[in-house]
Design a protein around this ligand. Structure first.
Ligand SMILES: NC(=O)C1=CN([C@@H]2O[C@H](COP(=O)(O)OP(=O)(O)OC[C@H]3O[C@@H](n4cnc5c(N)ncnc54)[C@H](O)[C@@H]3O)[C@@H](O)[C@H]2O)C=CC1
Ligand SMILES: O=C([O-])CC(=O)C(=O)O
Length: 358
């Protein structure tokens, strides 16, 4: 349930009396209590977007790129550290979105109320030698807490979940939403767009094409062998030698590790991820606006395989992922890859579900 005006008024009074909000927390009555919820005075029409983890390596460039998106009227930046500075910085950009910063758990509510889209890159990144699953112990709790906030303060928002391991954090989010009675599978999307972005880039390199003209479906999940590029379905249609298929598949599956190793302890992909996250968020917003034919890959609750979650092409519309496409014809190489992917995915999904149910 959305908070009523009087609930919000009481909480505003509490926050003023007991907390020391950051200078960038703007809790003026006129926007919180207006029928528009958080629509700022003077803000252009558009969508309200929150980024949770906005001060991080992904969060900052993501915030910058979302501030440049004409579909965004209000941009809320939430983190447990450094949001006043990031918010002040981004808010000077002369684009129309109104930017507000929120710092720490006491302000999560104000970051979330009224949001149409919540993007979550909060959590720790890998260092060399780690798998994404090694992040589970820290990131599972972070995602659970943030999703509990979403159930209370913006249960109808579309959620784009970036925090790793995506193969487990999406099932965690789903369990939290189910518990609260707010789960709508159409509105929860694990972001696997970076796999598609990488696949398009690497395939274009081999073919000598412009990457913007290439479309490679990447299905399954977002870790190692669960990342399954369907090279037989590349558009425009093309063919590869068996060696090219092996090399491309390996590079796409290990693109994240390539960056982690190159950064040598300073984190994982941030800039290409922010680019991919914005590409995906923009597709979600165009879907919400009612544009037709918006199709992207995402890790969603799915009946495409026997697993409860799977990444495949989805059609984005006014209510989120409105249609989930089947995998289409796979060749023998891809069928073998699918079996491997499903085995690892099943364990990662189960790990996420039992984290919440335990
Ligand atoms: N889905 C994908 O394709 C990709 C996912 N990732 C994942 O994204 C996550 C973030 O990566 P980076 O931005 O590089 O990490 P980072 O460490 O630079 O930033 C993470 C941010 O999250 C914040 N944070 C931590 N706990 C929080 C909480 N409880 N509430 C709100 N914010 C909190 C931190 O203060 C920090 O600002 C990692 O888990 C990483 O593995 C990274 C690249 C690609
Ligand atoms: O590899 C990592 O840890 C970050 C990530 O998910 C990616 O770059 O695909």
């Amino acid at each position: 349930m959305e908070s009523s005006s009087s609930d919000v008024k009481q909480r505003l009074a509490r926050i003023s009396a007991h907390l020391n909000p950051s200078p960038n927390l703007q809790v003026e009555e006129n926007w919180v209590l207006s029928g528009e919820n958080c629509r700022a005075k003077g803000g252009s029409p558009g969508f309200k977007v929150a980024i949770l983890g906005a001060s991080g390596g992904i969060g900052q460039p993501l915030a910058m790129l979302m501030k440049m998106n004409p579909l965004v009227s209000v941009l809320h930046l939430y983190d447990v550290a450094n949001t006043p500075g990031v918010t002040a910085d981004i808010s000077h950009m002369d684009t129309s979105a109104v930017v507000r910063g929120f710092l720490g758990p006491q302000q999560l509510e104000y970051a979330l109320v009224g949001m149409d889209l919540v993007i979550i890159p909060a959590g720790v990144p890998r260092k060399p030698g780690m798998t994404r699953d090694d992040l589970f112990n820290i990131n599972a709790g972070i995602v659970k807490t943030l999703c509990e906030g979403i159930t209370k303060f913006c249960p109808n928002a579309i959620v784009n979940l970036i925090s790793n391991p995506v193969n487990s954090t999406v099932p965690i989010a789903a369990e939290v939403f189910k518990r609260a009675g707010t789960f709508d599978p159409k509105r929860l999307l694990g972001v696997t767009m970076l796999d598609v972005v990488r696949a398009n880039t690497f395939v274009a390199e081999v073919l000598g094409h412009d990457p913007r003209e290439v479309d490679v479906p990447v299905v399954g999940g977002h870790a190692g062998v669960t990342i399954l590029p369907l090279l037989s379905q590349v558009k425009p249609p093309c063919s590869f030698t068996p060696k090219e298929i092996d090399q491309l598949t390996d590079r796409i599956q290990n693109g994240g590790t390539e960056v982690v190793e190159a950064k040598a302890g300073a984190g994982s992909a941030t800039l290409s991820m922010a680019y991919a996250a914005v590409k995906f968020a923009d597709a979600c917003l165009r879907g919400l606006r009612g544009d037709s034919g918006i199709v992207e890959c995402a890790f969603v609750a799915s009946q495409v395989t026997e697993l409860p979650f799977f990444a495949s092409k989805v059609r984005l519309g006014r209510t989120g992922a409105e249609e989930i496409f089947s995998l289409g014809p796979l060749n023998e190489y891809e069928r073998a890859g699918l079996e491997k992917a499903k085995k690892e995915l099943a364990a990662s999904i189960e790990k996420g579900v039992s984290f919440v149910r335990k």
